[in-house]
Ligand binder design. Structure first.
Ligand code: ADP
Length: 472
């Protein structure tokens, strides 16, 4: 009995020991697991703190760059507003150079502008440069590209970082850094804006280049707008001047007609009409009316050609037969003034595609001028020659000739030059501008060589292969 009792106690104790051991082991495992979780939680916390720190840092950077962007946009806005408020071209260029001081690397600036009439670039405005020195510089489009663009790096479209820094002449110092903005519209370069730094090799940073890039389109549109406005202003002034000259030229014959008509009326009313005197007055009225018709006709003719309303009726013509017709028209006028009219025919000339009536107008104007501006005893000679491309006609006279100054404006409308009609012929000042237009719409050129008091030779060319219209 006691043995059984002891065995039960031993079993009980053993069981209690096992339970205790299991409990201790379980507790240890629990502790380990808790520690592991605590470590993991700690790690996650640290990671999240790091992420939060990184995010905050990124956000601060973003806020800084947004602030910079905002500042830049405000700067651009101020510049755009001020350049857009300019209506005058030079005013705009000066404003843009003034405003360019926001480009940190900039010390000096200058603008080259294309002069279409002379096919050259000239400096229009400059800051920090001696404009007097720049004024005399003229460069062809190819020269500008060679000097500043060819070896440069195009950092954005039409914005160049000049690598090979050269200057136009020894008198001008060479910048150490230069950025060029090329103002190009539909493949035509209208100008260049130069931003120079004389001290440092790397004066312009990314920010400066980006700023220029952002401003480029605004600068180009304001450049064009002000240039067009300036051209319109000039055209308007030319139109007003032209109207003034036309009005002046119309006033004389109109005044004559009004005065002589009034005198005639007075004679009739007072019953004192003298037929010889009346005929003289009617002659003057007739002459003045003819003059008016000539001026108005010339103006209508020019206006039709200039506005492109003329369609040429091109036909292959022999120059010799046109010359024969001219001889018929002018021989009497030449004889009356005792002027020798020599028309040299040349059978070897190729046919040319011309609107005969229009080309006759050219011959008529040049031959009648030769006669009109020559003194009695003079000579007017017409001769033609041909090369591979064109037939050239020369109308040579031994008349009054023209001065250097006359030659500057000889083909303009209503010019008043040193030579005057020698026998009271009428003069409208429109003939040569009509000649020039007609020759040009045929694809040709017109020019003159003249020596005062010796004579003049007016020449024009007509292309042999006329491509401007189909000849039959
Ligand atoms: P118009 O003869 O009717 O005045 P043009 O346009 O034909 O008009 O000529 C313009 C001017 O050019 C003339 O007024 C004259 O002074 C000058 N001129 C034209 N042809 C000659 C010429 N052959 N010799 C000298 N002067 C000329």
């Amino acid at each position: 009995m006691t043995e059984y009792f002891l065995l039960i106690i031993i079993i009980f104790v053993l069981a209690a020991a096992i339970i205790f051991l299991v409990y201790v082991r379980h507790q240890r495992v629990l502790n380990d697991t808790r520690k592991m979780y605590e470590l993991q939680i700690e790690e996650i916390k640290k990671r999240q703190e790091q992420q939060l720190y990184d995010r905050t840092f990124d956000l601060k950077l973003l806020a800084k760059s947004l602030r910079e962007k905002k500042d830049e946009l405000e700067k651009i806005n101020v510049i755009v507003k001020s350049i857009n408020s300019e209506m005058n071209f030079v005013g705009f260029l000066n404003t843009i150079l003034d405003q360019s001081k926001v480009i940190k690397g900039l010390e000096r600036a200058r603008v080259l502008v294309y002069d279409k009439d002379n096919d050259v670039f000239k400096y229009k405005v400059a800051k920090g440069w001696d404009m007097e020195q720049l004024k005399s510089i003229e460069m062809s489009p190819a020269e500008v590209e060679d000097l500043f663009i060819r070896d440069s790096e195009e950092i954005y479209q039409d914005i160049f970082l000049v690598k090979k820094l050269v200057q136009h002449s020894d008198q001008l110092p060479s910048p150490r850094s230069m950025v060029v903005l090329r103002v190009k519209v539909k493949e035509i370069v209208e100008g260049y804006l130069f931003f120079d730094n004389m001290q440092s090799d790397e004066a312009f940073d990314e920010h400066d280049k980006q700023l220029l890039h952002n401003l480029k389109e605004h600068i180009i549109s304001a450049f064009l707008k002000t240039k067009i406005l300036e051209e319109l202003k000039k055209l308007n002034e030319a139109k007003n001047e032209f109207l003034g000259v036309v009005a002046h030229d119309l006033r004389n014959p109109l005044g004559n007609i009004a005065n002589f008509a009034k005198l005639l009326l007075m004679d009739i009313e007072m019953d004192s009409l003298d037929l010889t005197n009346a005929k003289k007055m009617l002659d003057r009225i007739n002459q003045s009316s003819k003059n008016l018709v000539e001026i108005v006709g010339g103006l209508l003719n020019l206006s039709a050609i200039e506005s492109g309303k003329i369609t040429l009726n091109l036909k292959k013509e022999k120059v010799d037969s046109i010359l024969s017709e001219c001889e018929e028209v002018h021989k009497n006028a030449a004889q009356n003034k005792n002027i020798q009219l020599i028309i040299e025919k040349n059978k070897s000339l190729p046919e040319i595609a011309v609107d005969k009536l229009r080309i006759m107008e050219v011959f008529d104007n040049l031959i009648s001028n030769g006669i009109k501006y020559s003194h009695s005893g003079g000579r007017v000679r017409i001769y033609c020659e041909a090369n591979a491309k064109e037939v050239i006609t020369h109308v040579e006279d031994t008349g009054q000739g023209l001065t250097e100054e006359d030659l500057q404006s000889i083909f303009s409308k209503f010019t008043r030059l040193s030579s005057k009609p020698t026998a009271g012929e009428s003069s409208t000042g429109l003939g040569l501008s009509i000649v020039k237009k007609i020759v040009e719409i045929h694809g040709g050129r017109v020019w003159v060589q003249s020596t005062k008091n010796v004579g003049s030779t007016f020449s024009f060319s007509i292309p042999i292969e006329n491509n401007s219209a189909q000849a039959v």
